[in-house]
Design a protein around this ligand. Structure first.
Ligand code: CTP
Ligand code: MG
Length: 376
């Protein structure tokens, strides 16, 4: 029996918020989507659906078919993935949300067993809470929870049936794949789901999963400070954003003083030296280097130590240019480079009341504080 796994990762994570979709954020050292892909290892084929570049780098080293772009709704993304799998003619397909990083061992085997006597099977949990129907913040009724279940993924189906139903359903909305079998009167079996199989929907979901996966963690704090002098004829890069200004900053790399202070804070929290130790200015390779690389490295060190970044806070110190209009873009960019939710990143600025080198407009200073949680 040939089993294909379809991993849908084309959503934008509207409820989660932020510029980087939740499935590409870091969870306990690895992107959410990578956890999801590794959970699908029992399958013979892996078909990812969504944006090519972030999927490709998140799944580096794993065997998978070429990434196909997704569609407007989840259902469209599934259909496009099924079409890409069709030439491989698998017997069974497991459709899984990239936003579900934890699939307990045994779930996939149980699903495949259940397909022995039904064309579809899904993991589900009985509803425990009392269910209320409400309108405008007021209860209008209680829904009997007896016989109600919460559907999870991966959902398993005979491949040719699901492909056929998706082709015929184009245009009619379904929020999961089992719905298409239900509508066609085909049997779908339930197997035991798990509370651990959380679909990341909000930043709180990610934080709770992280705690569950990492166990006890100790908080660590790091600080960083950096200064670069203004220099004519250079681009001005601050916290990964280019700012239109009549001069840039002097330096061996791109002189992004905000990222440099932030890197030093991360290395400091880990007690792993500073940016100069990891990227010596004496090495020609780092001349005019994009400082984004340094920050990706620093975040990678946190992951390698089994830790997580709790929050980062950067202060830019200069009289001009005005930073506030660029702060949201800087936050989005830093969060993307660090692989964390934007709610964990702060960028602010201050002047020094025209005092000192920053006050005289000779350069820009930056300081950063970082909190890292490391295994105890
Ligand atoms: N998905 C997809 N294509 C879409 C919409 C969703 O591949 N057009 C994927 C998501 O990437 C996710 C899974 O379907 O892995 C479940 O969807 P959901 O949790 O709703 O994620 P998003 O749609 O990204 O989030 P939101 O609804 O908050 O925007
Ligand atoms: Mg959605």
């Amino acid at each position: 029996m040939r089993v294909a796994a379809l991993l849908v990762a084309a959503g934008s994570g509207r409820r989660f918020g932020g510029e980087t979709p939740k499935q590409f954020l870091t969870l306990a050292g690895r992107p959410v989507i990578r956890w999801a892909a590794e959970a699908l290892a029992p399958a013979d084929l892996l078909q990812p659906v969504g944006p090519a570049e972030p999927i490709f780098s998140a799944l580096a080293g794993l065997d998978h078919l070429p990434v196909v772009p997704g569609g407007a709704e989840r259902q469209d993304s599934v259909r496009l993935g099924l079409e890409a799998l069709a030439p491989h003619a698998p017997d069974v397909v497991l459709v899984h949300d990239a936003a579900r990083p934890v699939v307990p061992a045994g779930t996939i085997a149980a699903l495949l067993r259940a397909l022995g006597d039904a064309p579809g099977a899904i993991p589900a949990l009985p509803v425990g809470d009392t269910l209320k129907r409400a309108e405008g913040g007021r209860i209008v009724g209680t829904v009997d929870r007896a016989g109600l279940f919460r559907a999870q993924t991966p959902q398993a189906f005979r491949f040719s049936l699901l492909l056929d139903l998706h082709r015929r359903a184009a245009g009619r909305a379904a929020t999961d794949d089992a719905m298409l079998l239900e509508a066609a009167g085909r049997a779908v079996r339930l197997v035991a789901g798990s509370e651990a199989n959380v679909k990341v929907t909000t930043p709180e979901d990610l934080a709770r999963l992280e705690q569950a996966l990492l166990g006890p963690l100790l908080p660590r704090v790091g600080t960083g400070f950096d200064v670069h002098a203004f220099a004519p004829g250079r681009r001005l890069l601050l916290c990964g954003i280019e700012i239109p200004y009549d001069q840039g900053l002097a330096g061996h790399s791109d002189a992004d003083v905000g990222i440099h202070a932030l890197c030093d804070a991360v290395y400091g929290a880990l007690a792993e030296g500073d940016i100069g130790r990891h990227f010596p200015p004496s090495e020609a390779a780092w001349k005019d280097a994009d400082s984004a690389r340094f920050l990706i490295h620093a975040a990678g060190r946190v992951a390698a130590r089994g830790g997580v970044l709790a929050n980062v806070d950067v202060t830019l110190i200069c009289e001009r240019p005005k930073i506030a209009p660029y702060a949201p873009a800087m936050i989005a960019r830093l969060a993307g480079l660090l692989g964390v939710a934007e709610s964990r990143v702060s960028v602010k600025a201050t002047t020094t009341e025209r005092l000192g080198f920053a006050g005289r407009g000779e350069g820009i200073a930056a300081q950063a504080a970082v909190s890292v949680l490391l295994p105890a």
